[in-house]
Write a protein that binds this ligand. Sequence first.
Ligand code: AMP
Ligand code: MG
Length: 413
Amino acid sequence: MNAQIISIGTELAIGQTVDTNSAWLAQRLAEIGIHCTRHTTIADELAPIVAAIKQASIEADLLLISGGLGPTIDDLTRQALADAMGKPLVFHQASMEQIEAYFRARNRSMHPDNRVQAMIPQGAAPIENTNGTAPGMSALLNKAHIFVMPGVPREMQMMFVGDVLPKLPRGDGGVILQHSIRTFGMPEAEAGQKIAGLMARGRNPTVGTSAADLIITIRINAHASTREEAQRLIDADAVQIRQLLGRAVFGEGDMTISDAVGRLLIDQQLTISTAESCTGGLIAKRLTDVSGSSAYFTQAFVTYANESKMRLLEIPDALFRSHGAVSAEVAHAMAANGRRISGTDYSLSATGIAGPTGGTADKPVGLVYIGIAGPRGVEVKEFRFGELLGRDEIRDRAAKAALNLLRLSIKPS
Ligand code: AMP
Ligand code: MG
């Protein structure tokens, strides 16, 4: 059993939008043991889409297609499937009614152009779309089972899980399950060295690391004949990895440092505020990215000017004159006073040089002081993220470093 995936859209082919649908679909197929051998990305042009569908239908047992089902003239997937099948497009009344019902439920009137979305190739079957207007389609062509889904990732995923996945045979190649363990603060080489035994080639599960924006992710891929067996293999490796990497591990799956911090704060009923300069409120933004953060986050002081630091955070002018605004001393005072004025258990502060201008020889771009004030006192750490990073990257890293400092300051219960 092998599969191919075709994603359709000019924005994908020219690189304006990254094709995430193919990767997502291939991962879901791997989980049920279906091996994907080819991803094809095609612009909104009829002839190449028809050719690709025909070719894939000869090569693959399963063909998943996403995109090009919209109501405008650049959406050609319906016509392309009909042409590949050598069949005309026919009007499907039940689909039309579903599309009309979709608009009615949202109190919107339907544009006449949406009628084309109720057309499907003769011999194909429509797949209802409960999360958008465009119905999907399923058809048989040559040796392939074909499923066509909308391009919008959320709609595609809902249709795949709800309507396509239950119809797919389970592959005979066994199951591949994937799990990620996420770490912060330990260099990738060091993490790799600690788990080297698990990373040996030819082993099952395979274990690998990847680094992005200071977060090192350890990926475990287990191959087994059943889901349960693959899960057992993953669990065994995960236990070892957590043990070997210790407190560098902040979470599993797609968990963020903000999620990890949020759990700790909720578990221990602690509160947090921020006193931010170079991060401009980004630490507060990250804290409040988490649903339910009102349980622990109270407020942020975004004090960019020295005058604001003096007025809102009561930083004495003398500190700026003797140490400068970007200094361990100011970060210390911002965290301590932020905590006192907010009345929170913890307060995080950040002052630094986000660049690209404003760096000097002894205070280069990328220098950031992060302070944390808590029940056990105040701590300041100096970070040098490097002058080559962009402003966004420096601020992102500063916010992550601050959240991580908070995570490490709270003793796990
Ligand atoms: P469509 O209705 O198929 O033209 O797709 C609607 C929108 O969904 C596009 O403008 C893209 O922003 C997004 N989209 C379509 N296909 C993909 C894909 N393969 N990966 C990620 N986003 C996509
Ligand atoms: Mg499109």
